[in-house]
Design a protein around this ligand. Structure first.
Ligand code: BG6
Ligand code: MG
Length: 219
């Protein structure tokens, strides 16, 4: 095991839970209502950023401008659809291999935190009974600046009482990887190498992944 990594910070959507697709489906629904279609290129851009930043990208891609009031209403509508799609949320939404990986990290006595842009992070983690794994859950309700600013990870490292350079971040978004790198963290991407070139290494997910495998990627 790498001697350098003393703590691990996980993004939530698309890393621990398979909710990124529900976020995107809700944005598709909103854009359809507004009369345009979202492309996969836009989908990648929406990952990791706050609800309002996402809305601005969605509106820009459809060439739509509107007032702050209207934007607030649209963001609320999207969030309602998103939460509706999480009705009956159960362990199936937890990505494959995640629970085994968290258990393994715990057994290595490596403290863990969550660093997510979502304001729904605590709700989702409590409903899945996952909060006990983490020393700290920093989400969109606890930060002033969103990814690619490193604030969310810096706050998580502070709660872990660790230096940034000794924390490993797992991220599925380009903005999150940038945030981790800007903050001086080690970072492994979750997803496709082509989309996550800036990460130190990329894995497709946690299925069958051992803590030692991950540490070896960083050496
Ligand atoms: C991020 C997701 O984790 O949270 C984004 O990758 C999402 O897609 C953002 O827009 C904000 O989430 P929420 O739940 O606060 O609307
Ligand atoms: Mg994510």
């Amino acid at each position: 095991m790498s001697k350098e990594i003393k703590g691990i910070i996980f993004d939530l959507d698309g890393v621990l839970v398979d909710t990124a697709k529900y976020h995107f489906k809700s944005w598709i629904k909103l854009s359809a209502e507004l009369g345009f279609e979202l492309t996969p290129v836009v989908e990648e851009k929406l990952k990791g950023i706050s609800r309002m930043d996402s809305l601005n990208i969605v509106l820009e891609s459809g060439g739509i401008s509107c007032s702050e009031e209207e934007k607030k209403a649209m963001a609320e509508k999207k969030n309602t659809w998103y939460l509706d799609s999480l009705e009956g949320l159960d362990n199936d939404v937890i990505l494959e291999g995640v629970l085994s990986f968290l258990d393994a990290v715990k057994s290595h006595n490596i403290p863990m935190a969550v660093g997510s842009a979502s304001k729904n992070a605590t709700t989702i983690l409590s409903r899945l009974d996952m909060t006990d794994y983490f020393v700290s859950i920093i989400d969109g309700n606890h930060v002033q600046k969103t990814k690619p600013d490193p604030e969310v990870f810096v706050n998580a490292a502070r709660d872990l009482q660790l230096e940034e350079a000794s924390c490993l971040v797992f991220e599925d978004s380009q903005k999150g990887i940038l945030a981790a790198k800007t903050g001086g963290f080690r970072v492994i991407g979750i997803g496709e190498k082509t989309a996550l070139k800036e990460a130190e290494a990329v894995i497709s997910g946690f299925q069958g992944v051992k803590v030692e495998d991950v540490m070896a990627l960083l050496n």
